[in-house]
Design a protein around this ligand. Sequence first.
Ligand code: ATP
Length: 396
Amino acid sequence: MSRVEAVESAVSPSGQPDIGTPAVEATGLTKKYSSQVAVGGVSFAIPEGSFLSLLGPSGCGKTTTLRMLAGLERPDSGEIRIAGKVMSSSTSRTFVPPHKRRIGFVHQSYGLWPHMDVYRHLMYPLQQRKVTREERDRRVREVLAMVRLDALAERYPNELSGGQQQRVSLGRALVQDPDVLLLDEPLSNLDAALRGEMGVELRRLQRVSGSTAVYVTHDRLEALSLSDYLIVMSDGLVVEFGRPQDIYELPATEFSAQFVAGAVALPATVIAPDGDGFAVTVGESKLLVSQLRESTRSAAHRGGSMALAIRPDRIRVQKAGPSAQANTVSAAVTGVVYYGSHYDVDVEGHDFGHLMCRVQADQDERFAPGDAVQVVLPREDLVLVEKGKGGAEPEI
Ligand code: ATP
């Protein structure tokens, strides 16, 4: 695949319009540590001013990808362009060092200096760049107001809360007027309430500053709520790239259905096309499914081994009765956990093993372990997805 084709296929997973010169563009990035592949060929491109999240479980290569964008790691192969300029290329042997890239890096642990007050934290990078004293002061004051720390400019890190320290770290990155803001799990040291608040604040600052952001997280709600684009990663590879809503509503793979949408999945075998969708079997039960990503259709051939994904709150559980409805499977309740607004009801079926269903607390019926139930999987809520991470997934 040529560079242009690789980037086009990565940029336009669902027919996205032309984005012009991408703000950040990676093509075939790889990085090995001795014999271990940390990143195994990552390609993407995003437009200026957008917010991209790299989402995946621990050890999947998110931070290594981010560090390659920053120039803190040298890729073994592939190319990185920022604002159209080549930062790193294994073919032309180009490597622009970090301080010559127009990037701001925000670390998980803030990386503040105990002997510097807030004002000096923001001033320091501008001094390094030999910006005039007047311009430095103007810029620092502007960014202090932006990150809402103007009243705390003379405080030292130990006199600040976690959220305020994080804003110093963000301010220090923004004061350099970066083309790209690189953020490595910047909210993970904050408590849950502050994390939500700072997420909104972070997105506001990114929009106001006009910079493009690449954000590393393993938290799907953070990624969904903050991002314009999402890369789902596993084992150093891109499992899926697209808009958060598209991946959430219509994932292509079992892995992203579970990781992004919190869906549960059942193994299914395709029997035949049925209207716009397919008839499939799950064990001995026949089910109908209409929803699937267009790119998944080619994998859905007769006899094909796929998976049915559904979000737990879309599954209906009812006490077993005489008349079976369509898309219903029999099961027995094995566990019930109360969460205030809902119950998580774990059921086990002959055809599919365990399945977690979410039942709203205001539903009249109550369930207890041992109950025989019917589990309704509405056709319109099922998504036919590729098994595992898609591609040439080996049969286990
Ligand atoms: P986490 O969410 O836990 O930070 P991650 O997705 O960011 O994980 P990376 O830090 O990119 O993952 O690591 C990817 C793989 O590369 C891991 O298996 C890790 O152990 C390995 N790795 C990362 N840095 C190095 C290094 N400097 N030397 C050797 N192996 C490394």
